[in-house]
Design a protein around this ligand. Structure first.
Ligand SMILES: *Cc1c(COP(=O)(O)O)cnc(C)c1O
Length: 370
């Protein structure tokens, strides 16, 4: 719904495409699943699919229903179900629409064996638990899985795993070693790398990489910025100043009076709160831009509003444009910096963008959906 309340999110399809191309340049011998799960990390599944459909090697997401919607919209590339199938119906849809499915446990394999028509072509990603302890076969259950798979001789199998600390100090070598131990003499295709591994551990790239956050222009690393990585922000959250207050020393701001002015100040109230998806945990001091200038938030974020310091931006009054994150007319604020201030990651900020925020395409060129 278009509203006159000034908050807007703008999504840049060209940024998504450029970032995907950057992932491909880093992994030039691999194909790349464009990860569009979680409504394309809050950017809109169709916006991301439209931006990438001419070039993506494949799309990865969670729900079978969304995969079918992509097929219905004419997407012909491989589509990977990252958590696999949940029902017999999913298996039938998967076979009929040539979806690729992760298989991470024996129960899923049984579901597949029981519902795949004899000889039907089928493509599977066997997920191995190499230390993250979330999903995947252990060495013992993998032996059983491979025995069961002999009943599906037509299955095209890729071995995959997921890294727990590709962005961290411990790195990936320990998981790669377990992966190699578990796969033994496997010479078929493999898939290991998320964004962090694509950028930092190129030896893990394998046949298919799985970039997510990087295609949305945020950094998977705490200590390296998206700009340093050559990524372009794909989501900008903008609003405007809707109130101005002059504070005397000792005046407090917002619920709980969490901020106290220690000098005379001028503050602006922005039409953006946690019901728009702005993190309530963002403390006073979180970066924000007004009229092209960087400043800081003050006080607690409320449902519909937050406040920022305009003391050094006297020309900013009611209606002055504000960038909450991204690259807007009011200036540039990396989502990663807002996330860090709020004790979270840009993934969560993007995914939390609220349905009440109107979204528009920031287009220099868009690829149309057929
Ligand atoms: C979400 C996801 C990814 C993408 O991870 P990023 O850190 O966003 O690049 C890759 N692989 C799997 C299995 C995932 O679930």
């Amino acid at each position: 719904m278009k509203t006159s309340r000034p908050i807007r999110a703008r999504i840049a399809p060209t940024a998504i495409l450029q970032n995907y191309r950057l992932a491909k340049r880093h992994a030039s011998n691999s194909k790349a699943w464009a990860v569009v799960k979680a409504n394309a990390y809050g950017h809109g599944q169709w916006r991301a699919v439209d931006a990438l459909r001419a070039e993506a090697d494949g799309f990865a997401l969670l729900e079978c229903e969304n995969a079918l919607a992509l097929r219905e919209a004419g997407v012909t590339q491989p589509i990977l179900l990252l958590e696999g199938i949940f029902s017999a119906r999913d298996v039938r849809a998967m076979v009929e629409h040539r979806l690729t499915s992760v298989v991470h446990c024996l129960e899923q394999l049984e579901l597949l064996l029981g519902n795949t028509p004899a000889g039907a072509p089928i493509s599977l990603y066997l997920k191995l638990n190499t230390g993250m302890n979330r999903l995947g076969f252990t060495a013992a259950s993998l032996t059983k899985a491979r025995q069961m798979l002999e009943k599906l001789p037509q299955a095209e199998v890729t071995m995959m795993t997921h890294f727990a600390e590709a962005d961290g100090e411990r790195g990936v070598a320990w998981q790669v070693e377990r992966f190699q131990q578990m796969t033994g003499d496997w010479r078929g295709p493999v898939s290991l790398a998320n964004s962090a591994a694509i950028l930092r551990h190129p030896q893990t790239q394998g046949n298919w990489v799985r970039p997510g956050i990087m295609i949305y222009g945020a950094s998977p690393f705490a200590e390296q910025s998206a700009t340093e990585l050559g990524l372009q922000p794909a989501m900008t959250l903008e609003s405007a100043i809707i109130g101005v207050q002059e504070l005397a020393v000792g005046d407090r701001v917002g619920y709980g009076g969490g901020f106290t002015a220690d000098k005379p100040m001028r503050i602006g109230v922005v039409a953006c709160g946690y019901a728009d998806g702005y993190p309530r945990h963002a403390p006073s001091g979180t970066p924000i831009a007004v009229l092209g200038l960087r400043t800081k938030t003050v006080g607690r974020v409320s449902m519909d509003m937050l406040a920022c310091d305009l003391t050094d931006i006297p020309e900013a009054g009611i209606g002055a444009p504000v960038t909450l994150w991204g690259e807007g007319i009011a200036g540039s604020v990396p989502a990663d910096e807002v996330a860090t201030a709020a004790g979270t990651i840009a993934y969560e900020l993007f995914c939390a963008l609220a349905p009440r925020v109107p979204v528009s395409l920031d287009e220099t060129s868009t690829v149309n959906r057929k």
